[in-house]
Design a protein. Structure first.
Length: 410
């Protein structure tokens, strides 16, 4: 990597290190953390700094408070959990800029850790406001970015601050993400297969385009499969289809064929009748799927929509994936939130784990695929789980991440 890394930093004793972490963790209605992966993943960076006598000032966003103070999006619960994980006090400041922050940081001793309040309580954060970035930067002699999940956003705390701090380095988590999603995939062991699912073709078309020349094959599931199937002339019933992307899907299929890559689409489906009933007083209607059954082949009958990949498809995908030496997976194979339609997604999770045990390298990105991997209890049987959904997709698309671009060169 051409960017400065935390491991390159010398003479940290007494230095104030501003660390941008991604503590945008899910909370339940009682503000209890329901998945602490992102917190745990930053421990290595924090300990590296505290062991060398640095003063660690942690900053992050949480949720989308839209520039207002929203108590349910406070980072306070994260400070409490960090204390337990680090086995040392973590002071929490209920602001991220201003007097209180300056005072707390001014009193810090080498090895102390402070967590600042949600940066998105200020609209200036997402606006990448220069003055706000300057205020954030004022408490750091050195900046470390370990927030891969937000590296695709040019915000004040991810990019703007770097204009005001001379030494800006990548933390261990950021480095690890870039290694797996970047370096490891630059010359992948073959066959290299990319599994893509989820709701929209438009969200994944960039990844297909970027990996087209590199991947040996694509394995497609989820609603995005129906746009491709319709483009090929199959009946898709009332499945979710992006009509305005049919032309693009056709072009893509022609390109893939010309390049000789394999493009696997479902050959059967689990289908159901989608019924939407308005709920009085609520914006969202209640969605039910009735009369579920298996389709006979790749076509879907009128009045029905595809909700999961079928058993024949699962077996085909298993056969392909068991040959793979490198696998990237992003997006569920069906409406996996509903247990009856989650078989395809969970089965793919188990297949990826089995393929990994048989010697493949597997890289999982995107919130839903990660949920499926964890729920199928195979999280420890895959090679790498990315902490960034949008960031990992943008990186795979070959785009430069502003949070990485802003760091100092080695
Ligand atoms: P994405 O954010 O694009 O990865 O999409 C994830 C969402 O796609 C999940 O909430 C799934 O329920 C949804 N999804 C997957 N397959 C289907 C399908 N066949 N029909 C409707 N929604 C789907």
């Amino acid at each position: 990597m051409s960017k400065l890394s935390i491991a390159d930093l010398k003479d940290l004793r007494g230095k104030r290190v501003l660390v941008r972490a991604d503590y945008n963790v899910p909370l339940d209605e009682k503000c209890a953390i329901t998945d602490e992966t992102r917190i745990k993943e930053t421990i290595k960076t924090i300990e590296f700094l505290t062991e060398r006598g640095a003063k660690v000032i942690l900053t992050s966003h949480m949720g989308r408070p839209d520039g207002k103070r929203v108590e349910s999006m406070s980072l306070r619960p994260v400070a409490a959990r960090l204390e337990e994980l680090l086995k040392r006090p973590v002071a929490f400041v209920d602001d991220c800029v201003g007097e209180k922050v300056a005072k707390t940081v001014g009193a810090m001793q080498p090895g102390d850790v402070v967590l600042l309040e949600n940066t998105r309580f200020y609209t200036e954060e997402e606006d990448n406001d220069v003055e706000f970035a300057k205020k954030l930067a004022s408490v750091g002699d050195i900046y470390v970015n370990d927030a891969f999940g937000t590296a695709h956003r040019a915000h004040a705390s991810t990019a703007g601050v770097c204009k005001f701090i001379e030494t800006c380095a990548a933390g261990f988590l950021l480095r690890k993400e870039l290694k797996f999603l970047g370096e490891e995939l630059s010359s992948p062991e073959r066959p290299f297969l990319v599994i893509l699912g989820g709701a929209k073709v438009s969200d994944k078309i960039g990844v297909i385009t970027s990996l087209l020349a590199k991947a040996d094959g694509f394995i497609i599931g989820g609603a995005m499969a129906y746009t491709f199937l319709k483009a090929q002339g199959f009946g898709v019933g009332s499945s979710l289809v992006e009509e305005d992307k049919l032309g693009l899907a056709k072009e893509m299929l022609a390109k893939i064929q010309a390049l000789g890559a394999k493009f696997h689409l479902p050959v059967d489906h689990i289908v159901a009748q989608k019924v939407e009933t308005p709920v009085p007083g609520q914006k969202k209607s209640k969605v039910e799927f009735k009369n579920p059954h298996q389709s006979a082949d790749a076509s879907i009958e009128v009045g029905f929509c595809g909700v999961d990949i079928g058993p024949k498809t699962i077996e085909r995908y298993r056969a392909e994936l068991m040959q793979a030496k490198t696998i990237v997976w992003n997006g569920p194979m069906g409406v996996f939130e509903i247990p009856e339609y989650s078989t395809g997604t969970f089965e793919v999770a188990r297949i990826v784990a089995t393929a990994t045990q048989a010697g493949a390298k597997s890289i999982i990105g995107g919130g839903d695929s990660i949920k499926a991997i964890k729920k199928a209890q195979v999280g420890d049987k895959v090679t790498f789980i990315s902490t960034g959904g949008g960031a990992s997709l943008e990186f795979l698309e070959g785009r430069e991440l502003p949070g990485v671009a802003a760091l100092s060169d080695k």
